[in-house]
Ligand binder design. Structure first.
Ligand code: WQD
Length: 341
């Protein structure tokens, strides 16, 4: 009998790619989303890629406790992957209460029911919990630094909520936190990808929208950082590689392979790439010239952070496989698909 995974926020960028990989790995998936930050484009794409028209989709808000309880009453959930949250760093600084109310309450509702049902929980965390690391690459033992934004703070707090729930249930609820670095790219089918609303905050969608002509010029925020070319370094991980890490983590949970009741994994490539290197790679692999300029630093940016992914490689049996060039081609193919090209 296939196990069933609830994917909260499953109609979004990461959630939709994870849903594809879970289904293709033989899991049943229930997608729940309030569509506050996406439309049905990616969910329709998931159905086309998997050939499954029968994927349950529940429109609901995870801040609504009764709706969360109904969801767990209507479906026999073996594990939940929690993506449903706001994720714009800058917006979180401007509107902290909106972020704390939404991101914390939604996860607390999930944990409340999960502990009653003994359901395992996988939390979508972020490398942002490391702040400006003292040394790179960062391991899971690297200290979490005071969050540089309310968004980052909600990630740290939700990790603690999960840890404490696992401890309180003495392992009845098992928990895994996956700390993503910088997810980029799109599914090779170009049927699902990143669909930012309004002006993109993140680098790669801004690059592809500049290349397609939706944006005039890319501003590279700062070229005076203490890095080889002066621009910030990040660990850009392909979205399909990231999605596959969730399948490995769910398998570890549901097949009883966990060594601790609460485990944390860095999900990254281990390869630092600077903004300028990424721009140059995008131009080269897609055969185009990008209009960009250097601009002042963006508040809150860290100069360099990338993962030591050894633990995920060894314990999950997962490693990133796609090159940054392949990923940037998939990002461009997706942008052209959106433009009907
Ligand atoms: C990457 C680099 C920018 C836009 C954040 C969150 C993280 C994750 C991904 C949320 C930085 C530079 C960007 C632009 C630029 N989750 N940049 N011009 O800030 O590393 O991580 O998003 O989605 O949790 O913290 O990602 O893509 O915004 O920036 O020069 O127009 O690109 O300064 O150096 P970030 P990013």
């Amino acid at each position: 009998m296939s196990k069933t995974v609830l994917v909260s926020g499953g109609a979004g960028f990461i959630g939709s790619h994870v849903t594809v990989e879970l289904i293709q790995a033989g899991y049943e998936v229930v997608v729940a989303d309030n569509f506050s930050n996406c439309d049905t484009t990616c969910f329709e794409g998931v159905k086309k890629i998997t050939g499954r028209e029968d994927i349950p989709l529940v429109r609901m808000d995870f801040c609504d406790e009764a709706a969360v309880r109904k969801l767990f009453a209507d479906y026999a959930i073996d594990a939940v992957i929690h993506f449903a949250a706001y994720k714009a760093v800058g917006e979180s600084v401007a509107e902290p209460v909106k972020y704390y109310k939404n991101n914390l309450q939604s996860f607390l509702n999930v944990l409340d029911v999960a502990q009653e049902k003994g359901c395992n929980v996988l939390f979508s965390s972020s490398a942002t919990v490391y702040g400006e690391p003292d040394t790179v690459p960062v391991t899971e033992q690297s200290p979490r630094k005071p969050a540089t934004s309310p968004y980052g703070n909600t990630k740290q707090m939700c990790e603690d909520f999960l840890r404490d729930t696992v401890l309180a249930t003495k392992g009845l609820v098992k928990g895994i936190a996956l700390r993503y670095f910088n997810p980029i790219g799109a599914h090779p089918s170009a049927l699902i990808g990143e669909l930012p609303r309004g002006v993109p905050n993140n680098l790669v969608p801004f690059i592809t929208q500049t290349a397609i002509g939706k944006r005039e010029c890319l501003s590279i925020f700062g070229n005076d950082y203490p890095t080889p070319d002066g621009t910030c370094q990040r660990d850009y991980i392909d979205i399909v590689d990231l999605a596959r890490a969730h399948v490995f983590a769910v398998r570890r949970m549901l097949d009883g392979k966990m060594e601790q009741d609460y485990e944390i994994f860095n999900v990254g490539t281990g390869r630092p790439v600077s903004v300028l290197e990424l721009v140059n790679a995008f131009e080269k692999v897609n055969g185009l010239k990008l209009n960009y300029k250097f601009a002042p630093r963006r508040a809150g940016d860290v100069s360099a952070i990338w993962a030591d992914p050894t633990l995920a490689n060894e314990k999950l049996g997962w490693r990133a496989e796609r090159s940054v060039e392949e990923t940037l081609k998939s990002a461009w193919d997706w942008e052209k698909h959106l433009a009907g090209k």
